[in-house]
Design a protein around this ligand. Structure first.
Ligand code: AOS
Ligand code: ZN
Ligand code: ZN
Length: 426
């Protein structure tokens, strides 16, 4: 499956005039307010979000999984799916692999497919939340935190192997999401579990190449329902500090208890130079992994406002690694990802519109009303023409969902792969 650029271009023709009218109007208005419109379009074009290999098939719940037609069943096909997303949106130039689901058989061939699709390899993810085929030890009672040293050693060795695989692909980071926790009070000694985890992470950190980063994800509950060893950003931050300067906290939007002020967490981490990675999704209740921006778009904007502020004012923080971490039970996964990418770009563009100087002045005056006006003025701007322009300039689709449908991409995938192909992974 390879997208024909010409087809995207000709699909854009019908929409071009409407786009131009909308863009000119917006660009005029914004320029009148002193906004550098071209600079924003450029920043949107530069903003690339990694797609996780496990988001390309239908997800599922513990109750069942309804697969989608034409799912990618090999790593090569997963990369091709990301290639489709990238061709249409020009925003998805990277894939994030999960080991052992995505171990390449032929590295050279896989790298060629990636290059052909204009895709690079983002963070590699380890997996110690499932027992792997032929594994000697079980992770039923934890992996990096297990009371049994032999289990911990197996989990450490797995993470080291993931780094080795990533090195061969050109990845530059390892993401550790640790499911470890307990289901009942008394089951686990919190201090022992945390000490073991710190010790295990330090051993993994010890083999990281100089130019690599380690991202430590946190999550308050699930799969265990009483406690999680790395339950919150504070614990992740502590562990990252204990490991060293190449270790960072990773924020997944779904990994907070209801109403947590995520934008404040983002801000604190960036001030401390420790926000390394980001997983986008949206949720109503918990780690729902819903389409980005589908439930709480204003919260997403406020988070982006802190990200934009941090990227400008916190040189101590590296440029964060962006990834979508979502799952789809009822939508075509590719359409869902297109919607997520659009929502991310939209929130980013709106955050770029926030007049930081005026906001600062209003804050110094304690003019609370004005502060809110400034944020909401940016939020209420329909920035979609800016996103369209960023795509158009790079031969992406003016309307990616519409292009995806009119090009009949899902049907082509079904024709190629068969109706009942099933994505490997979750
Ligand atoms: C799990 O809840 C985390 O969000 C992980 O980042 C990710 O979804 C997982 O590694 C994929 O199985
Ligand atoms: Zn995640
Ligand atoms: Zn999650």
């Amino acid at each position: 499956m390879q997208i024909n650029k010409e087809e995207i271009r000709s699909g854009n023709e019908n929409l071009r005039e409407a786009h131009k009218a909308g863009f000119d109007f917006l660009a005029n208005t914004l320029s009148g307010q002193g906004v550098d419109v071209n600079a924003i379009v450029q920043r949107l074009a530069d903003f690339q979000v990694a797609i996780p290999s496990w988001a390309l098939g239908a997800g599922g719940t513990r109750f069942g999984r309804f697969s989608y037609y034409g799912e990618p069943s090999s790593l090569e096909q997963k990369i091709q799916d990301v290639g489709v997303l990238h061709a249409l949106t020009q925003t998805a130039g990277a894939i994030s692999l999960h080991i052992p689901w995505d171990v390449p058989e032929d590295y050279k061939a896989i790298k060629e497919v990636a290059a052909l699709n204009d895709i690079v390899f983002d963070a590699v993810n380890s997996n110690t939340f499932q027992d792997q085929k032929d594994a000697v030890h079980s992770y039923k009672y934890g992996s990096l935190s297990n009371v049994d040293k032999a289990v911990r050693d197996q989990a450490i060795a797995h993470n080291i192997e993931v780094v080795e695989i990533g090195k061969k692909l050109g990845s530059k980071s390892l993401t550790v999401w640790l499911a470890d926790g307990s289901n009942f009070p008394g089951q686990s000694n919190f201090q022992t579990a945390l000490r073991h985890t710190e010790d295990s992470l330090k051993q993994i950190y010890g083999v990281l190449p100089e130019d690599w980063k380690m991202f430590i994800e946190y999550k308050p509950y699930e799969p265990y329902f009483y406690s999680t060893v790395i339950q919150d950003w504070g614990t992740s931050f502590m562990l990252a500090n204990a490991c060293g300067e190449k270790a960072f906290t990773l924020v997944d939007l779904g990994h907070h208890l209801p109403n947590t002020n995520i934008e404040q967490i983002v801000s604190t981490l960036m001030m401390k130079g420790k926000l390394g990675g980001f997983h986008f999704n949206d949720s109503k209740y918990g780690d729902d992994d819903s389409t980005v921006g589908s439930v709480k778009p204003y919260a997403l904007f406020l988070i982006f406002n802190e990200l934009v502020y941090g990227m400008k004012n916190n040189p101590q923080n590296p440029y964060p690694a962006w990834m979508i971490d979502a799952s789809h039970n009822v939508k075509d996964p590719l359409e869902d990802l297109i919607q997520s990418l659009e929502a991310i770009q939209e929130a980013y563009a709106k955050a770029l519109l926030v007049d930081q100087d005026r906001l600062k002045a209003a804050q110094l005056e304690n003019d609370v009303v004005q502060c809110q006006e400034i944020l909401q003025n940016a939020y209420r701007t329909d920035v979609r023409p800016l996103l369209q322009r960023a795509r158009l300039e790079r031969d992406g689709a003016l309307n990616p969902i519409q292009a995806y449908r009119s090009m009949g991409i899902r049907q082509k995938l079904v024709d190629e792969r068969g109706r009942h192909s099933v994505a490997s992974g979750l």
